[in-house]
Design a protein. Structure first.
Length: 521
């Protein structure tokens, strides 16, 4: 029977609770086989920091039978959980966490940590605390395989330390895809060895626009920028992989290209010298679809693939204004040679070239839903942002889809209708409750197409998030709500229950120094 509401986010699939408690002691050990060394050490590190206990990791059966034991085990019998599922039984002397795969064990550790008092997340020892766990039996597994969060680092650059902190916050909420937006009109953030001017020029702008574009404003005139070296990226990819989080890099094309064309104008349609964009909004500068540009972008993708081992590479594809294509005699000639009738089909031709290239290298292309316009390459996946219609259309055509509608997942929107009381945002209104009530599988989608919905993702576009604190304020607790949407079954979700559990969960974020927006009264 359930004796009390446990503050677990996301909500597990099945949970029962009995009277009594497990007490973590200085003599407690973690038992785990070598295949779970990463997970066992991750758990041990958390426990040592907060409790000050040694918490050694030993092999299976090597613990003293008189001491409390945290036992981690891989079991083929856990196949019904799936790769990311786990079982967790907490007894008075033994905690038993088991699953089919190390990723399931890692996700189970997130639940195990949440069963402790919130101080378990502290980075320094808390003396004199009783580190207890309630006696529970949990069976748990995710609804969706893609549980994502997108962070825009083009508009505002983020330090490596914050990227790691954000990844840790994702792990806490069982999110598993970090979509890293690295290029846009306002800045190029990834070192490419073959094209050094991408970071020498494209990573820096000569000012940042202050306020909205549609009101009287100006740029601040302060040089701004930064980029991630390839060594830094490798470290971040490794850090994420240890937490079973895949990084999907986004390299924008054919639009959102002004920072690149500031560095290499020869790949544009006009050849004119321009600067990295200071204003927000969409630039009309676009890549020319000539062979030299295709080779340049494929060279870039080669280095991107060397850094990011995940299967998906995001190529953007959104908001590509095609005025320059329509005005360029050279591009019109290229369109005639390619046998395409208009600019939309030319974008499709462009995207197909990238899809073929990525496929040949064992990767999959994913892009925003504009890549559907003019036809889509067979293996490409779609991220539906302009509502759900693009996702429905893509799934009906047999393409995999990540649901990211701006109506429910754009975390750059205001969190209150009293906008004067909130930090400046791009606009819109997306309260916590609306995020929680998002349903990623549209009712209009036939059952035999629903499997194409890979999952759901929250977006943190950063024009109006100049600091790391502002990112956290806009992300949380809404990202916690979206994490439950991504993990828990539709039948197992209840907003009133979520808010009740969230009140304690926010104390965990306090310990982690995540500067979330307080709950509205």
């Amino acid at each position: 029977m359930v004796l009390s509401t446990l503050s677990l986010i996301p909500q597990p699939a099945k949970l029962t609770q009995e009277e009594g408690a497990f007490l973590l002691l200085p003599s407690t050990v973690i038992e785990a086989a070598g295949a779970l060394a990463n997970e066992a050490n991750y758990l041990a590190d958390h426990l040592r920091r907060a409790t000050g206990f040694a918490v050694p990791v030993v092999g299976p059966g090597e613990g003293n039978g008189e001491n409390a034991v945290l036992r981690l085990a891989l079991e083929p019998g856990g196949a019904h959980f799936g790769r990311e599922g786990y079982g967790l039984e907490v007894g008075e002397k033994t905690v038993y966490l088991h699953g089919l795969d190390p990723v399931g064990i890692f996700l189970g550790i997130q639940t195990l940590l949440q069963l402790f008092p919130p101080a378990i997340y502290d980075r320094g020892p808390r003396r004199g605390m009783a580190w207890t766990l309630p006696l529970v039996a949990i069976e748990d597994f995710p609804r969706f395989g893609w549980r994502g969060a997108m962070l825009d680092c083009s508009r505002h650059f983020r330090p490596v330390e914050f990227i790691c902190k954000f990844i840790d916050a994702m792990a806490l909420h069982k999110l598993n895809v970090f979509h890293w937006h690295l290029t846009d009109d306002q800045g190029w953030r990834i070192e490419i060895k073959k094209y050094p001017k991408l970071t020498e020029v494209g990573a820096w702008r000569n000012g940042t626009w202050m306020g909205h574009n549609d009101v009287e404003s100006r740029d601040d005139g302060i040089r701004y920028g930064g980029f991630y070296t390839q060594d830094q990226i490798r470290d971040i990819v490794r850090y994420a992989a240890e937490r079973h989080i895949t990084i999907v890099p986004e390299i924008e094309m054919p639009g959102h290209a002004q920072a690149v064309l500031a560095a290499y104008p020869e790949f544009g349609c006009t050849g004119e010298k321009i600067e990295v964009r200071k204003r927000w909004g969409i630039s009309e500068n676009i890549y020319s679809p000539k062979e030299e540009t295709i080779r340049f972008l494929q060279d870039v993708l080669v280095e991107v693939m060397e850094l990011f081992p995940g299967r998906f590479i995001h190529i953007g594809g959104d908001e590509a204004i095609k005025k320059e294509w329509e005005a360029s005699a050279e591009v019109q000639g290229l369109m005639a040679s390619a046998g395409v009738k208009d600019a939309h089909e030319m974008q499709s031709w462009f995207i197909r070239r990238m899809d073929q290239f990525l496929t040949e290298h064992g990767r999959r292309l994913i892009g925003w839903d504009e890549i559907l316009e003019g036809g889509l390459a067979e293996g490409a996946a779609v991220m539906s942002w302009r509502g759900i219609e693009g996702g429905i259309a893509a799934a009906r055509q047999g393409h995999d889809v990540v649901m990211a509608p701006n109506s429910h997942t754009y975390l750059d929107h205001y969190q209150s209708e009293r906008t004067a009381d909130e930090p400046l945002a791009i606009g819109g209104f997306l309260p916590l409750e609306k995020v929680y009530h998002h349903e990623p599988v549209p009712a209009e989608l036939a059952c035999d197409k629903a499997h194409h919905v890979l999952g759901v993702q929250g977006q943190l576009w950063a024009e109006y998030m100049p600091t790391t604190e502002s990112v956290e304020y806009m992300a949380f607790p809404r990202l916690a709500a979206l994490a439950e949407v991504a993990w828990s079954s539709h039948e197992n979700r209840n907003y009133a229950s979520f808010v009740e559990r969230l009140r304690l969960h926010l104390k965990r974020l306090d310990v982690l120094k995540i500067r979330y927006r307080p709950l509205s009264s």
